[in-house]
Write a protein that binds this ligand. Structure first.
Ligand code: 13P
Length: 211
C-alpha cells in the first residue's frame, strides 16, 4: 500500500479515536507495516488527535529510526507483534478507560482475563491474556509481548492497556473497539447472574469465523 495513503489513514483514524474518547492526552500509539517490512508509527508524546502526516515516524524492521519525528517508545513491542504475526499489518495500543480498568484488576488466571460474554468478543478478539507489568518503553515489555503475540490478536498489558493487531488499521480498530465495549459490558453485568457463552458456542464461532 502507498505510504502517503497509510500516513493519511493514521492521521484520520487517530483523530477519530481521539474524538470518540478512546485516546486521550498523548497516550496510545498506532502503527502500520509497509511492504518492505519497515513500519509507520506515531511519534512519542504525540496526541493521536492532532497528528500531521509528515511527522509520523518510519522505523525499520530492526528498529532503526529512518524518518519523521522520534518514534513511540513502544515501537519495539509493535515490531515484536509484526515479527510473530506475519498476517498483521496494523497495531492499535490505547489507554481506553474500561480496558485499562480490567488491566488493573487482580486476575487469578492470566490466560484469559475477560469471560466469554458475546459472539463478537470471540470473533474479533478471542482469548485475552494478561502481559505482566513492565514500565512503558521497557524492552522487557516487548519481550513479554513477543512471547504471546503469535497466539493472540489481542493482549492486555497489566496496569497499562490493550495491544490489538489486525490485517489493516480498520480491522485492528474494529477489534480494539470491540474489546473496549466488552470491558464496559464486563463491569455493567458484574454482580448480576451472567449467562456466559458455552464451550460449544465458542468452538462454533471459531469454526465459522476463523481469525
Ligand atoms: P508514546 O508517546 O511513546 O507512544 O507512549 C505512549 C504510550 O501509550 C505508552 O504506552
Amino acid at each position: 500500500m502507498n505510504e502517503d495513503i497509510l500516513r493519511a489513514d493514521i492521521v484520520r483514524y487517530g483523530a477519530l479515536l481521539y474524538t470518540r474518547g478512546l485516546a486521550h492526552g498523548s497516550a496510545g500509539n498506532l502503527s502500520v507495516r509497509l511492504d518492505d517490512g519497515a513500519i509507520l508509527v506515531t511519534p512519542t508524546n504525540s496526541s493521536l488527535g492532532f497528528l500531521k502526516p509528515e511527522q509520523i515516524s518510519k522505523v525499520s524492521a530492526k528498529g532503526t529510526h529512518i524518518a519523521g519525528d522520534p518514534p513511540s517508545k513502544e515501537a519495539f513491542f509493535h515490531l515484536a507483534v509484526y515479527d510473530e504475526r506475519p498476517a498483521a499489518n496494523a497495531i492499535v495500543h490505547l489507554h481506553s478507560t474500561h480496558a485499562v480498568a480490567v488491566s488493573c484488576l487482580c486476575h487469578k488466571d492470566s490466560f484469559d482475563v475477560l469471560p466469554p460474554l458475546t459472539a463478537y468478543q470471540i470473533m474479533r478478539i478471542g482469548r485475552l491474556p494478561l502481559v505482566p507489568y513492565y514500565r512503558p518503553g521497557d524492552r522487557k515489555l516487548a519481550d513479554a509481548v513477543r512471547g504471546l503475540a503469535g497466539e493472540h490478536k489481542a493482549m492486555l498489558l497489566a496496569n497499562h492497556g490493550p495491544i490489538v493487531s489486525g490485517k489493516s488499521l480498520q480491522d485492528a480498530i474494529h477489534a480494539y473497539e470491540e474489546l473496549e465495549e466488552t470491558a464496559k459490558l464486563f463491569f455493567l453485568v458484574q454482580s448480576r447472574p451472567v449467562s456466559l457463552l458455552t464451550c460449544e458456542a465458542i468452538a462454533e464461532l471459531n469454526d465459522v469465523f476463523p481469525s
